[in-house]
Design a protein around this ligand. Structure first.
Ligand SMILES: Cc1ncc(CO)c(N)n1
Length: 222
């Protein structure tokens, strides 16, 4: 026994790489992504982040110890104070104002992913919820690092999506990702093989929904 976070990604290696190395991500790195696809993704991601913040709040509610409560609070602050603040400013640069965002219809992929996380968290315990949230917080940090390691990735003013990569490679986001991974490593070290296999199902489903989210952006689906 004694599992850790990378055992989850190893158990879903195909889905995890399909998510981290998705065409949307590659095109963003190569600066070949269509502006309309990026704008569609950005707007839907605003709706995603609001529900994701609610899921972090649910993790606060489900915490039994001060240490757990602090970890969930960290997650909430990362979303509301760092990511959503940057996101709203970033949307404005791309010609989407907050009024437009508030009136936006939710795409099916956004609905499916956010409600899946909230339902998994309501039904299960704190660990189920953190595992459902993990592809998001840890995945985006890994995506920024993966992009930076690819020879095709363009950085700087020649890439209109450069600020997006900068957000997820930032010390604040990478720090939040590391703390979440440490929290998961500590909890996973104590679970039984049967419990681990339940958690793999949650992790795989959430990762599949992340893949659908990229595809929704690429195809501009509603
Ligand atoms: C869909 C999605 N997953 C993960 C993140 C990172 O928080 C995000 N902003 N959007």
């Amino acid at each position: 026994m004694g599992y850790c976070f990378t055992d989850l990604t190893r158990a879903c290696a195909d889905e995890w790489s399909a998510y981290i190395e998705h065409d949307f991500v590659r095109q963003l790195g190569q600066a070949t992504l269509a502006d309309t696809a990026f704008r569609h993704y950005l707007a839907q991601d605003y709706l995603f982040l609001i529900h994701f913040a609610r899921a972090q709040a649910l993790a606060i509610y489900k915490s039994r110890s001060l240490a757990d409560l602090r970890q969930a609070h960290e997650g909430l602050k990362t979303i509301v104070d760092i990511e959503l603040g940057l996101h709203v400013a970033y949307c404005r640069e791309w010609g989407i104002n907050e009024g437009d965002l508030a009136r936006l219809p939710e795409a099916r992929a956004t609905l499916a992913y956010t409600r899946y996380v909230l339902d998994t968290g309501s039904r299960g315990d704190l660990l189920d919820l953190h595992v459902a949230l993990a592809p998001c917080l840890i995945g985006y940090g890994e995506i920024a690092n993966w992009l930076n390691a690819q020879p095709f990735t363009l950085r700087g003013a020649t890439n209109p999506f450069d600020a997006w990569i900068a957000m997820y490679e930032s010390d604040e986001f990478q720090g939040a990702m590391t703390r979440e991974r440490d929290w998961l490593d500590a909890r996973l070290s104590e679970v039984t093989p049967q419990r681990f296999s339940e958690l793999v199902v949650i992790f795989r489903d959430a990762t599949r929904l992340e893949i659908d989210f990229w595809q929704m952006g690429l195809d501009q689906q509603d």
